[in-house]
Design a protein around this ligand. Structure first.
Ligand SMILES: [Zn+2]
Length: 78
């Protein structure tokens, strides 16, 4: 009978330790960093990842072509 109690205590102890060890893993909230910032092209409003965008004067562009076009139209306005 005493052996059974010791066995039960041992099992309980193992389960308790296991629960304590697995708890932090469950607590971990998998924060998925969703890609990167997306910016709209100032000319055609197409959204592109910031790292791929062409940048000038606080404006983003989908291509060097649109960047040039936008800068040219701005020059004419001034
Ligand atoms: Zn564009």
């Amino acid at each position: 009978m005493r052996l059974l109690l010791i066995l039960l205590a041992a099992v309980f102890f193992v389960l308790a330790v296991r629960a304590l060890l697995t708890k932090p893993a469950e607590k971990r909230t998998p924060k998925k960093v969703k890609g990167e910032a997306v910016v709209p092209c100032s000319l055609c409003k197409l959204h592109i990842p910031k790292s791929e965008a062409f940048y000038s004067d606080n404006h983003f562009f989908c291509s060097a072509n649109h960047q040039r076009q936008w800068l040219e139209t701005r020059k004419h306005k001034q």
